[in-house]
Design a protein around this ligand. Structure first.
Ligand SMILES: *[C@@H]1O[C@H](CO)[C@@H](O)[C@H](O)[C@H]1NC(C)=O
Ligand SMILES: *[C@@H]1O[C@H](CO)[C@@H](O)[C@H](O)[C@H]1NC(C)=O
Ligand SMILES: *[C@@H]1O[C@H](CO)[C@@H](O)[C@H](O)[C@H]1NC(C)=O
Ligand SMILES: *[C@@H]1O[C@H](CO)[C@@H](O)[C@H](O)[C@H]1NC(C)=O
Ligand SMILES: *[C@@H]1O[C@H](CO)[C@@H](O)[C@H](O)[C@H]1NC(C)=O
Ligand SMILES: *[C@@H]1O[C@H](CO)[C@@H](O)[C@H](O)[C@H]1NC(C)=O
Ligand SMILES: *[C@@H]1O[C@H](CO)[C@@H](O)[C@H](O)[C@H]1NC(C)=O
Ligand SMILES: *[C@@H]1O[C@H](CO)[C@@H](O)[C@H](O)[C@H]1NC(C)=O
Ligand SMILES: *[C@@H]1O[C@H](CO)[C@@H](O)[C@H](O)[C@H]1NC(C)=O
Ligand SMILES: *[C@@H]1O[C@H](CO)[C@@H](O)[C@H](O)[C@H]1NC(C)=O
Ligand SMILES: *[C@@H]1O[C@H](CO)[C@@H](O)[C@H](O)[C@H]1NC(C)=O
Ligand SMILES: *[C@@H]1O[C@H](CO)[C@@H](O)[C@H](O)[C@H]1NC(C)=O
Length: 395
């Protein structure tokens, strides 16, 4: 009984902490002028090891977080502006910015956590301070405007995730207050124009989704600026997305196949990165980015971004993970795998692939080079998604 009671109190206390993540205001100054200001609600999900298992710590950026004056900076000619929010014993969330004069973006999102903090990481088998970084998280805004995003957006940083739910921020500020002109994130653009929720009482519920079966295999190619094919892919793709359904008034898990005949293809090829961007009916955009390591001559699928704006969603769904390591192969060869594979991206989105052959670099004469079948993985060889949240309490 006592244990039950204690557990219940803990869970309630924890829900209060996680559920009500408050916006924290952070500011970086040089002399009298403010160069970066952010009003953020953020929560973290961090897997860690104990002596016997792997647990996941879940917590929010606390009100007490402050911009660290030592490590934050407005930047110089040779260094970028940095906002470093510190909290607790040695935890930190860092955002570094870059600009090209007309747009600015979050260049790196950094998370530092101190495994010695037993209140957050009970039973951790290490006392290290861990730092993980993710680059190009996709936070962009026009210079002299405030970036605004109310929709929860999850970023994977190392093995951990950071979710911003409600962010207003500006870097390279011309004055000391956030600009009244806003660059609204894609995910918010539809939620503000979403039909009023009262409509849901009159609409008939959507029929229960039927499993879509195996997706059709599509052939996709991306051309260089000079018109030659630089990336080739042939595969079936299925999205596995969990989102809040307006018609069913609950979170649902939906499988959606990409239909090659309804999908438009774009993308880009650079020396060490190549992106394949598939857009289905203007409402689903999937961006697969491959990176080449020119030292080892190996390439991998390193980033997956999904933007889905489906009619039954409360607002567009956005998910991005830029530190992936899938579909590894060697320059000059294609990657091939006939078995179905599950590529975990974020906890609410994974991508199932079927009969894949891709070659993101060094395509010659519009054809695949010999496949590298030896590098085909079974679904189980990828790390499973983080365990349920309440594992946190089993100490
Ligand atoms: C936990 O331990 C396993 C096995 O030693 C290791 O592969 C994994 O990376 C560790 N995970 C974390 C989060 O440290
Ligand atoms: C990590 O946490 C421990 C325990 O709270 C503390 O003694 C130590 O100073 C912290 N490390 C850093 C770098 O802040
Ligand atoms: C900045 O980058 C954006 C997007 O890549 C581009 O459209 C714009 O022209 C660039 N501006 C300058 C001044 O380079
Ligand atoms: C982002 O992080 C990478 C790797 O940690 C580093 O090389 C790069 O300089 C950082 N960029 C910025 C703008 O901070
Ligand atoms: C931003 O505002 C500052 C000060 O008002 C101005 O000097 C600068 O040209 C503006 N930059 C852009 C890209 O509009
Ligand atoms: C999402 O869909 C709605 C309704 O179809 C549309 O008004 C809105 O512009 C779309 N948003 C984005 C970001 O595409
Ligand atoms: C097209 O551009 C690529 C590099 O961007 C180059 O390797 C290739 O030779 C060019 N092809 C033609 C026909 O110019
Ligand atoms: C979809 O994702 C959920 C949650 O990760 C998982 O339980 C389910 O098995 C997945 N379904 C398919 C068909 O991949
Ligand atoms: C949605 O579900 C919640 C609780 O599950 C309930 O309070 C609410 O009335 C429902 N809304 C509609 C429109 O059915
Ligand atoms: C695309 O193909 C599917 C089945 O393969 C078919 O049901 C659908 O009508 C096609 N759509 C278009 C726009 O041709
Ligand atoms: C696709 O993702 C890559 C890496 O995140 C990014 O550089 C590129 O601009 C994206 N392309 C589009 C069209 O969004
Ligand atoms: C590229 O590969 C080399 C050799 O395997 C490795 O040491 C290096 O860390 C890799 N670089 C990147 C950016 O992954």
């Amino acid at each position: 009984m006592k244990l039950f009671h204690a557990l219940a109190v803990l869970i309630i206390a924890w829900c209060a902490v996680i559920g009500r993540s408050q916006a924290v205001t952070l500011e970086v100054r040089a002399g009298d002028s403010t160069c970066i200001k952010a009003e953020l609600s953020a929560s973290f999900s961090i897997p860690y090891n104990t002596s016997s298992s792997t647990r996941t710590a879940q917590f929010s950026l606390p009100d007490s977080a402050t911009a660290d004056t030592g490590s934050s900076s407005c930047g110089t000619d040779s260094s970028s502006p940095w906002l470093v929010a510190v909290f607790g014993p040695g935890h930190a969330l860092g955002l570094s910015f870059s600009t090209n004069g007309s747009l600015y973006n979050v260049a790196n999102l950094t998370l530092q956590y101190n495994l010695s903090d037993t209140s957050v990481f009970p039973g951790a088998d290490s006392s290290d301070v861990v730092t993980v970084v993710s680059s190009s998280v996709g936070i962009w805004a026009t210079v002299n405007t405030t970036y605004r995003c109310e929709s929860p957006t999850t970023f994977r940083v190392g093995g951990s995730t950071v979710t911003f739910s409600g962010a207003r921020l500006e870097a390279y500020m011309p004055q000391n207050e956030l600009s009244p002109t806003e660059s609204v994130c894609m995910a918010d653009q539809a939620s503000t124009t979403a039909p009023p929720t009262t409509a849901s009482t009159t609409t008939t519920p959507a029929p229960a989704p039927t499993p879509p079966g195996t997706p059709e295999r599509g052939t996709y190619s991306v051309n260089n600026r000079n018109g030659t094919v630089c990336l080739l892919a042939r595969m079936g793709l299925q999205l596995n997305v969990s989102y809040f359904s307006l018609s069913q008034n609950k979170t649902v898990q939906e499988l959606v196949n990409l239909s090659p005949n309804e999908t438009s293809v774009s993308g880009s090829c650079e020396a060490s990165s190549a992106s394949l961007v598939l857009t289905q009916e203007q409402i689903t955009t999937l961006n697969l980015t491959f990176t080449l390591n020119s030292t080892s001559n190996k390439y991998r699928l390193s980033a997956i971004t999904l933007l889905a704006n489906w009619s039954d969603m409360r607002g567009p769904f956005q998910a991005s993970n830029t530190s992936l390591d899938y579909l590894r192969s060697t320059l000059g060869r294609s990657y091939m795998c006939n078995a179905e594979q599950t590529l975990a991206v974020v906890p609410t989105f994974s991508l199932n692939t079927f009969r894949v052959q891709v070659q993101p670099f060094e395509v010659t004469t519009n054809q695949f080079a010999t496949g590298n079948k030896a590098l085909c993985y079974s679904p189980c060889s990828y790390p499973p998604p983080p365990p349920p949240q309440f594992l946190f309490f089993f100490f």
